[in-house]
Design a protein. Structure first.
Length: 165
C-alpha cells in the first residue's frame, strides 16, 4: 500500500510510471472514455506524448464488455485501466474477467475503485488487479488521503525521486 494525496495521484502514478518503463514495443494503454478525469486526462496527455492509447467502447448499459477488451489485446499493451464502478452511471465493470484477459496477454491491470469502496465488497486479491486506487473521503475519511494498492510482485517505480523514504 502506498499512501497518496488521493486516488487522482495514484491514478497518475500508475498510468505515467507503467507506460514510462514499458519497452518501446509495448507502450500501449487501453482504457475507456468514461474513466475519472485523473485517468482520462493522463491518457490523453500520454497519447499526445506518443503513447498509443486504445479507447474501449461501452455496451448499452455503460459497461466494458470482455470481448471488446479481448479484441484489442496483443503484445503491444503494457497496461489496461478500467474503473470498477462508474460514478455517474452506477454500473459495475467485470474487473476480475478484464484483469484475467489483460494478464493472459502479459499486460498489467489497474482499477480505479473509488466509487465502489464502501458500497460493494472490494477485495483486490479476488479482483486479480495489479494496481488499485482508493480515496478516504468516499468512506468518511479525511480529504487529501488516498491509497494506491500495488500487488506483491508488480513493478512500480517511485513517482518522486530522492529522499529514500
Amino acid at each position: 500500500m502506498v499512501f497518496t494525496s488521493g486516488a487522482s495521484e495514484g491514478n497518475n502514478h500508475v498510468l505515467r510510471r507503467v507506460t514510462a518503463r514499458a519497452p518501446a514495443t509495448r507502450r500501449r494503454l487501453v482504457t475507456t472514455a468514461v474513466e475519472h478525469s485523473s485517468v482520462r486526462s493522463v491518457a490523453e496527455e500520454l497519447e499526445a506524448e506518443g503513447v498509443a492509447v486504445t479507447w474501449l467502447p461501452l455496451d448499452r448499459y455503460g459497461r466494458v464488455r470482455p470481448e471488446d477488451l479481448a479484441a484489442v489485446l496483443d503484445d503491444t499493451v503494457c497496461l489496461v485501466s478500467c474503473m470498477l464502478a462508474n460514478n455517474e452511471l452506477g454500473t459495475l465493470n467485470p474487473v476480475r474477467e478484464l484483469a484475467a484477459l489483460a494478464h493472459a496477454h502479459g499486460a498489467a491491470f489497474h482499477a480505479d475503485c473509488v466509487q465502489a469502496l464502501g458500497k460493494i465488497p472490494v477485495d483486490v486479491g479476488d479482483l486479480g488487479v495489479d494496481y488499485a486506487t482508493f480515496s478516504a473521503h468516499k468512506v468518511f475519511g479525511p480529504k487529501g488521503v488516498g491509497v494506491l494498492y500495488v500487488r506483491d510482485g508488480a513493478t512500480l517505480d517511485p513517482f518522486i525521486s530522492g529522499g529514500h523514504q
